[in-house]
Design a protein around this ligand. Structure first.
Ligand code: TAP
Length: 454
């Protein structure tokens, strides 16, 4: 059995059976068996089942949010928003089955047209930071396109995925179409990657594991989409509303206790406004409410585990570079205070590696060219923000930064209807929006001869 721990209390909140590679094989066999019938379900009927799943999740929104808040240690207000997004994601992709449109292409001697076919069995591997939200970004388009699914949640946070499996069955999803396997990545995840009967792997997690998945998938030429790490920049120009930016930007690093691939953990501030920016930011960070995830006023919870807290702490070995910090509760829980390092050079370890915790690096710059150079001086390219009142500059810099998702005068990263994913070592492919369906279908081209007698 696998003990599921609540990071805010360090207590076991549930025990679940732990799968091995044989369970992966059984899940793949079930998914393979269910595929012909599921792909043949009429598009309107598939859409109706997707909508029923959304309704089922919505009916259990409060209990799912509570599971997520306790198991992932995230504030209940965030968890409630995330489960709301899961509902929205299933509703959005419920339109998918009836919109998998092909093309007709002018050719000589006949008619040529394309179909968007399901891939078959898709293996979905997700992390612990946004457990059900990230699972839904994959499960919903995969099912909409007519695939069957083997879903592996992170061992630390499997409870909401197990609930989803039950809700989907109650909503009318046929047996075998969605199969949740709770087991370690090193065995069960690896088996999925190598399994000859899985046609595609969609993965969210670290760049290191993403690399091993790309290698493992090569053996069977599996399709692979990867959503990986980030080291994104919030670029604050001197002409921005500095007070507004300094009050907002901390939430783009300390949200989800920094365990967010989109965290803008490098805060680039134009040198002439550095002092004012830090002054306002300090007030915001010190006032941040860090504590019980189930308290509706909490803004930041604990880290996911003791070992992860150790990894985060290694980026702050002493107080030398610490400009200021927020507070944490006393007692049990994997707490780490919101911490701001300043001034930091972009060559330092804390500015180069993904910390995945509540540690922000404030990096001064002089002028637009240097801002773009520093923002791009990273192996990652997932998200980012630009804070300025100059519209032309906002668009110039947005085009110049090599990253998949940018927001101007905002921390926003993810919406159900817009594409999300990374440049460079932050990943391959896009989730959400209309683009995601492309990643769960193969294009088939058919030529029909119109020659006489054919
Ligand atoms: P990982 O250690 O990469 O784990 C992610 C998932 O992969 C888990 O389900 C894990 O299983 C599984 N896994 C581990 N080793 C595997 C292997 N060899 N083969 C197949 N699967 C394997 O990441 P994490 O620590 O959970 O999450 C943090 C990372 O995810 C950060 O780098 C973060 O940036 C990234 N992330 C990215 C995004 C996007 S959208 N780009 C979103 C969230 C997080 P177990 O944990 O159960 O063993």
């Amino acid at each position: 059995m696998l003990s599921i721990v609540e990071p805010a209390t360090e207590e076991v909140m549930a025990e679940v059976p732990r799968a091995g590679t044989g369970d992966v094989d059984s899940a793949v066999a079930a998914a393979r068996g269910a595929f012909p019938a599921w792909r043949a379900v009429a598009p309107g009927d598939r859409a109706a089942i997707m909508r029923a799943i959304a309704d089922g999740i919505e009916a259990k929104l409060d209990s799912l949010a509570r599971i997520e808040a306790r198991n992932a240690g995230k504030p209940i207000s965030d968890a409630t928003g995330e489960i709301g997004m899961v509902v929205e994601t299933f509703r959005y992709y419920a339109a998918g089955p009836e919109r998998l449109l092909g093309k007709t292409i002018p050719v000589a001697g006949g008619v040529d047209f394309t179909f968007r076919e399901p891939m078959g069995v898709v293996g979905l591997i997700v992390p612990w930071n946004f457990p059900l939200a990230i699972a839904s970004w994959k499960v919903a388009p995969a099912l909409a396109a007519g695939n069957t699914v083997v879903l592996k949640p992170a061992e630390l946070t499997p409870l909401s995925a197990l609930e989803l499996e039950k809700i989907a069955l109650e909503a009318g999803l046929p047996e075998g179409v969605l199969n949740v396997v709770v087991g370690p990545g090193s065995t069960c995840g690896q088996r999925m990657v190598e399994h000859p009967d899985i046609n595609k792997i969609a993965f969210t997690g670290s760049t290191e594991v993403g690399r091993s998945i790309a290698e493992g998938a090569a053996g069977t030429i599996k399709r692979v989409t990867l959503e990986l790490g980030g080291k994104s920049a919030a670029v604050v120009f001197a002409d921005a509303d500095i007070d507004k930016a300094a009050a907002a930007v901390p939430y783009a690093v300390f949200g989800n206790a920094g365990q967010d691939c989109c965290a803008r953990s490098r805060i680039l501030v134009e040198r002439s406004q550095l002092d004012r920016f830090l002054e306002v930011m300090e007030g915001t960070v010190k006032a941040m409410r860090v504590g019980d995830p189930l308290d509706s006023s909490t803004e930041m919870g604990p880290l996911i585990s003791a070992s992860h807290r150790e990894a985060v702490a290694s980026f702050v070995p002493d107080e030398r570079n610490v400009a200021f910090r927020g507070g944490v509760p006393e007692g049990p829980g994997y707490w780490f205070p919101p911490t701001v390092l300043a001034p930091v050079s972009n060559t330092e370890r804390a500015a180069r590696e993904e910390i995945f915790g509540p540690v922000a690096c404030v990096i001064p710059f002089d002028g637009e060219e240097e801002a773009v150079r520093i923002a791009n001086d990273t192996e990652y390219g997932l998200s980012g923000s630009i804070w300025t009142r100059d519209g032309g500059r906002a668009l110039r810099v947005a085009r110049a930064i090599d990253t998949g998702v940018l927001s101007i005068n905002s921390n926003s990263s993810v919406r159900v209807s817009t594409p999300f994913g990374g440049f460079k070592q932050s990943g391959i492919g896009r989730e959400l929006g209309p683009d995601a369906l492309d990643h769960y279908t193969e294009v088939k081209n058919v030529y029909y001869s119109t020659e006489e007698g054919s």
